[in-house]
Ligand binder design. Structure first.
Ligand code: SAM
Length: 245
């Protein structure tokens, strides 16, 4: 998408992010993260408004974050406990860290796919491996790509409808780049249209495993969700944990 940068998603959505239906619905397994973290410290890539980092820090762990959007991070720092989370503003492929080395690095809610090329995703894995202690873990939660969602390279779907409002997701799919460019559109009677753009470069779990191997990490576990669900061909998402030797 033209004029779309690492910060675009966050800068546009920050004011409404915490109330978005897909965000409210999405539950992250803080228990599992805390178990994997051991003594810490912990680093979240794409820390955003602190939806996950704050409850994790509330358990006594030292939690750091990286995010490309200052607007998202401002929201987190305005929340109780937000000041305790040290954040580096920048691109997670570069992995500018506020500290480390980390016992756990994690990236949830498909945020790894916000790195928009395969080579940059590989670079992120390599930088994560360097930022971890020996035996450290890198957890990724992401969707399993489902190309049947698209009809001739696009999909438009209505996600909410009422007398005064309609929400529409419009997406285009580029098979050669494994890229999806989309807009969440919110049209409210009598108000300007709100456009929330998002771009992703998705990868199948097997491709992520290969990236991990290039970075010297091994797949330790893969589940179909946060609650120990088996990962099967029917799984829509996966929670994968990579370990540094
Ligand atoms: C879907 S939100 C997830 C926020 C938080 N982890 C959560 O689960 O609520 C994605 C976050 O990643 C950030 N982001 C997107 N691309 C990024 C990049 N290349 N580098 C760093 N942060 C990025 C966005 O600004 C946004 O805060």
């Amino acid at each position: 998408m033209e004029r779309y940068g690492a910060e675009t998603y966050g800068e546009r959505i920050a004011a409404v992010y915490d109330d978005r239906p897909e965000v409210v619905r999405q539950v992250v397994g803080v228990d599992l993260l805390a178990r994997l973290a051991g003594p810490g410290p912990v680093l979240e890539l794409g820390v955003g408004t602190g939806r996950v980092a704050l409850p994790l820090a509330a358990r006594g762990l030292e939690v750091h974050g990286i995010d490309a959007s200052r607007a998202m991070v401002r929201r987190m720092h305005a929340k109780p406990g937000g000041d305790a989370i040290a954040v580096a503003i920048g691109d997670m492929a570069d992995l500018p860290t506020p500290g480390g080395p980390y016992s756990l690095v994690f990236v949830v809610f498909n945020t790894f796919f916000a790195i928009l090329s395969q080579s940059e995703q590989v670079r992120c894995f390599e930088n994560v491996a360097r930022a971890m202690v020996p035996g450290g873990r890198f957890l990724i939660e992401a969707f399993v790509p489902d190309l049947s969602r698209f009809d001739r390279g696009q999909r438009t779907s209505t996600t909410h409808l009422s007398v005064d409002e309609v929400a529409i997701d419009a997406t285009m799919y580029d098979a050669t780049e494994q890229r999806v460019d989309g807009q969440h559109l919110v049209l409210r009677d009598g108000e300007p249209v709100r456009m929330l753009p998002v771009s992703l470069r998705f990868a199948w779990p097997s491709e992520l495993d290969l990236m991990a191997r290039l970075a010297g990490l091994e797949l330790e576990s893969r589940r179909g969700g946060w609650h120990d669900e088996p990962f099967t061909s029917a799984s829509a998402t996966h929670v994968s944990v990579y370990r540094k030797a």
